[in-house]
Design a protein around this ligand. Sequence first.
Ligand code: UDX
Ligand code: UDX
Length: 458
Amino acid sequence: MTFKKHILCIGAGYVGGPTMAMIAYKCPHYKVTVVDINPTRIAEWNSDDLPIYEPGLDKIVKSTRGKNLFFSTEIERGIKEAEIIFVSVNTPVKTFGAGAGMAADLQYWEKTARQILKCSESSKIIVEKSTFPVRTAFAMERILSLTENDIHFDVLSNPEFLAEGTGIKDLEYPDRVLIGSRETPSCVKARDELIEIYSNWVPKDHIITSNIWSSELSKLVANAFLAQRISSINSFTAFCEKSEADITEVARAIGMDSRLGNKFLSPSVGWGGSCFKKDILNLVYLCRHYGLDEVANYWEAVVSINEYQKERFVLNMLSAMFNTLAGKKICLLGFAFKADTGDTRESPAIFIARKLIEEKAELLITDPRALNNAKIDLNGIDGKISYIEDPYEASDGCDAIAVMTEWEIYKSLDFEKIYRSMVKPAFIFDGRNMLNHKRLFDIGFNVFPIGKPSLTHF
Ligand code: UDX
Ligand code: UDX
């Protein structure tokens, strides 16, 4: 079959894989190839057991793979063949040198840009899909302009706004698709080509354009606003626990104000995920770079409140359980950073687990999808940790349960059975406020929700 276009994506991660699968699914007339330097990851994409869990992903990968969707390690060949290249490699926080702990580590990105330059035999459109610091596209253009023949590259910014767990729905029905470009005739033509791809399934009025810097910045600002909203509600959970206010009632009351809206107001043990912290710290670094210290401090506080929330959770456990956790068995119900994903990057559960181990507690960790990642995250920690698929087995004989992830299945657990199997007094710390607290209390548990009065039998 001859394809109308050849699309390549470099980086087969949480963003690159699902995004390309959706393009292939919606555009059977395009050939979509996803390449990665990691052969194991590519082998998994080509197997029945995909490297990431995302509801609905299996179906679209299986219906397109081998037809117009291909996963490969042949990066050079992929570059040569493609007319459009999406770059979706990771941009972790720098761990060394200037900006360590805050700035983005751009080494993979630059390597990728140079590889594109080296292997290209024809002009191409390059699409920044990864979240980069503002003005990265400019640097990308500079590198790609080092070409010695008459090959030409147009660089576009097209940030991805999908959230894990709802990634397929977010890709199929995006709130908006944002494309940033320069206004040169060649860039405008490139932008139109990208618009044409998305127009295969996204309504035209949901595809918006902007200048390239606004597009890059919008992604960082969107994540900063989202995280800020959770840090805001979480900051008031601390307040509610000191007073007699109930955070659920407060969230309902403010969420009915149409100016505020009712989404993203669920209090939690803390937000996690690969993006929020990295992107905010990146923004903070950029602000400081531009001498905007007040702005930097303002956004840095969003991260500080999140650290405080996680610390608070452990301190609350400690104080409720008579100021000692040594030798006590604690079941962590969930480990993923949110429900419906196996991803544990920056999961609050990692911090909580480490702190509980420091207190010499014994951990029994259960999660329907994230146990493999949990084992990697906690590898080498000196303490007693077991990883158990079955939540009943994990909580058997425990002193306390701490809910880390809001998996729907946890709502329908038989808590009477669990209570009977636990050491008394039995404690539940609901880090997601997802369980029926009154019922748990009636069963006999001492219940500690977030941002509302605890229910105790003593
Ligand atoms: C990544 C970025 O981390 C994020 O900033 C951006 O918004 C989207 O892309 P994600 O897809 O979640 O997010 O990252 P990850 O799952 O780590 O995938 C990146 C992939 O790129 C990995 O599979 C890695 O092997 C690959 N990679 C990395 C390359 O193929 N080449 C490289 O030089 C570096
Ligand atoms: C986020 C952005 O939502 C997405 O647009 C961007 O592309 C990538 O970063 P993601 O991190 O996958 O997506 O998930 P998200 O649903 O935003 O949740 C992030 C964290 O916030 C999770 O730990 C989640 O549990 C937590 N959260 C979310 C809350 O604690 N309360 C809420 O009300 C919502």
